[in-house]
Write a protein that binds this ligand. Structure first.
Ligand code: ATP
Ligand code: MG
Ligand code: FE
Length: 334
């Protein structure tokens, strides 16, 4: 039977139903941007309350649109970490409640595993191992995806995530939150050559990231009177150069990589994509980006990871505790 997926780990409330072969029968996402915009960032309590309010209706809608009854499901998968504890508790308990009431297996899905496996749904030809660059507001890491349940984090950010760097820099430029897309638009009107910004960790061993120094340099350039658009353009050039360099290093750490895969909202950025495209071409492999609605937070990827785990014989007990921190390295199937 089909599987129901539930996602509530951050600021998207989402539900989706997948057929056993991975066909998407329905997908519903409610982004809480409106709720958080006036605070200039995600407020955990506000998020948890909004998830609680929306999940029943969203889930009913996903089931209705899929034309599936609860009793016909093969299982329920819900994000159980990493993320904001309030949302994780709401989403996981909701999923467990449905599983309990209808006597279905429950799968506690790692959100990062969802991002890591999405490409196998959208581009089924993608073979292991591949390099995943997860570039979102909360995460910034290079992951070797070796097979279902086996992931190695090759590097990650030492301070801010790349999306966070976009958002903080955009805020300094007076742009609305979340600022990534606004900054990209502003950069088109600017000249990157008029401002010099650092490229943190470029050339350094390994594939860790650091963005807080770049943000500080943005603040300094603005304080010295540089044009916002020029700063935005220079910021984007720096970020693209950093990501390209780190991706090159990460690929050297995974010599057999069959593809370079991107996920996370920052994957929508054209300068970033262009830079990564060159890295992939240079390595003789494709750059693969799932459609952006499946790169950002969604429940399709949670249902998909749950489906694969169920098919591999893995389910979780109903007393599985949500994990606000849950590294991908701890996902091995028994
Ligand atoms: P998580 O990290 O838990 O996955 P998130 O909500 O922070 O959650 P996403 O929804 O994947 O992550 O992505 C949102 C981030 O992507 C924001 O920081 C946003 O500014 C950034 N972003 C979106 N579009 C662009 C763009 N065109 N250019 C740069 N950054 C972008
Ligand atoms: Mg989000
Ligand atoms: Fe995410």
């Amino acid at each position: 039977g089909p599987i129901l997926g539930i996602e509530a780990s951050c600021d998207e409330t989402a539900a989706a139903v997948l057929a056993p072969d991975g066909r998407i029968l329905s997908e519903v996402v409610h982004s809480q941007l409106q709720e958080h915009a006036r605070f200039g960032g995600v407020v955990p309590e506000v998020a948890a309350r909004a998830h609680l309010q929306r999940l029943p209706e969203l889930t009913s809608r996903a089931m209705r649109e899929a034309g599936v009854e609860y009793r016909d499901l093969a299982g329920v998968a819900a994000t159980s970490g990493p993320g904001l504890i309030g949302g994780l508790v709401v989403g996981a308990c909701f999923g467990k409640g449905i599983a309990l009431a209808h006597d279905l297996p429950f799968v506690a899905v790692n959100h990062l595993e969802g991002h890591a496996l999405t490409v196998r749904l959208t581009h089924p030809g993608t073979e292991f191992p591949y390099l995943l660059l997860l570039l979102s507001g909360g995460h910034c890491q290079c992951v070797a995806v070796e097979r279902l349940g086996r992931y190695r984090r090759l590097g990650s950010t030492l301070d801010d995530a790349v999306g966070e760097a976009f958002d903080k820099s955009a805020k300094l430029m007076g742009l609305p939150w979340p600022g990534g897309p606004y900054l990209e638009r502003l950069a088109q009107e600017g000249d990157a050559r008029r401002v010099t910004l650092p490229r943190p960790l470029v050339g350094r061993e390994g594939c860790d990231f650091s963005f807080s120094g770049l943000k500080t340099a943005v603040a300094r350039a603005l304080a010295q009177g540089a044009e916002k658009a020029d700063v935005a353009a220079a910021f984007q050039v720096s970020v693209a150069a950093v990501l390209a360099d780190r991706a090159r290093h990460a690929l050297a750490m995974l010599p057999g990589a069959r593809a370079l895969v991107v996920a996370g909202g920052v994957a929508a950025n054209q300068a970033v994509r262009g830079a990564l495209e060159k890295v992939a071409t240079g390595a003789g492999i494709p750059l693969i980006a799932p459609p952006i609605r499946l790169c950002t937070d969604n429940a399709v990827m949670i249902a998909w990871a749950g489906l694969l785990r169920l098919q591999a014989g893995a389910a979780d007990a109903l007393d599985h505790a949500p994990r606000p921190r849950w590294p991908l390295d701890e996902m091995a199937l028994n």
